[in-house]
Design a protein around this ligand. Structure first.
Ligand code: PMP
Length: 297
């Protein structure tokens, strides 16, 4: 496997970074997870834009332009002869000393890994997930805004550990005030009547690119007539656990997982306990989009 690292493509075994890299020492860096489908990179520009926004907020200058980064991603896929892949793009503060001071890190580290996509078990999509809410609250945006897709995922990992300890695969995280935010690596949606609702970013969620795509898909179908698609009115709204328990359908969205039905939350059965019709229609719409929209390489 060829890895892009600081300007060149190197073999996997040679793709190493310093123990003084602040990405490693402090989680000081940003990243993106990107998908390609049959030779088309899905929402690449959106991912690059979000990477630049995360970097801008932490005042990390990315030493490549948007166009150059796009070329890196394409090249990485081509060199590894991958058509269906997951690409991890990472920019760290770079090598410094043992102190926090980012001014001591003169050269950001940039790397990209393109690998075969590890698909989640089919069972997950057919039967749906059971989730629990956990005690670990989502980061407060005023302290560490979840919009920054940073290398520090301990908030999410702590929640994931809680879910795993309780015998679940995934956790729902609440905000400081007890509102629903998101899962550890996916956004969350509910369907109630003709409404498709998801928590607003200010409550403490990442503005997921799949989330945005799903909202657009739902709206598109809505304007084209309910008979042809999901026929939903997509909106951001504060949600409580009560809203989740009494939703007709619940699903998660993320670049790697795509759209995952949820059938049980904290022991309460959601809807009829099976993936619902709106979720299925959105999954189909999403699939279609991945086959047509995207950047060829
Ligand atoms: N929330 C979190 C915390 C995430 O890390 C991710 C990405 N893995 C998402 C939501 C989903 O975002 P996207 O659809 O852009 O992958």
């Amino acid at each position: 496997m060829k890895i892009y690292l600081n300007g060149t493509f190197v073999d996997e075994a040679k793709a190493v970074v310093s123990v003084f890299d602040h990405g490693l020492l402090y989680g000081d860096g940003v990243f993106e997870g990107i998908r390609s489908y049959d030779g088309l990179i899905f929402k690449l520009r959106e991912h690059i834009d979000r990477l630049f926004e995360s970097a801008h907020t932490i005042m990390l200058p990315i030493p490549l332009s948007r166009e150059e980064l796009i070329e890196v991603v394409k090249q990485c896929l081509r060199l590894n002869r991958l058509r269906d892949a997951y690409i991890r793009l990472v920019v760290t503060r770079g090598e410094g000393d043992l102190g926090l001071d980012p001014r001591k890190c003169l050269n950001p580290t940039v790397f990209a890994i393109a690998d075969k996509i590890e698909l989640y078990p089919k069972k997950l999509y057919e039967q749906g997930l059971s989730l629990i809410t956990v005690a670990t609250q989502r980061n407060v945006p005023e302290a560490l805004n979840p919009q920054i897709k940073s290398l520090n995922y301990l908030n999410n990992i702590l929640a994931k550990i809680e879910a795993i300890n309780a015998g679940y695969e995934e956790a729902i995280m609440l905000s400081h005030s007890g509102y629903v935010t998101e899962c550890t690596g996916e956004n969350l949606f509910i369907v109630k009547g003709k409404q498709l609702l998801t928590p607003p970013p200010y409550v403490g969620v990442l503005r997921g690119i799949t989330r945005q795509t799903v909202m657009e898909l739902a709206r598109l179908h809505h304007t084209k007539g309910a008979g042809r698609g999901a026929g939903l009115e997509a909106r951001e709204e504060l949600l409580t656990r009560h809203d989740l328990f009494n939703a007709e359908e619940v699903f998660l969205t993320g670049t790697a997982a795509e759209i995952v039905p949820v059938v049980k939350i904290d022991g309460r059965v959601i809807g009829n306990g099976k993936p619902g019709p709106a979720t299925k229609r959105l999954q189909q719409g999403f699939r279609r989009l991945t086959k047509t929209a995207g950047i060829r390489y």
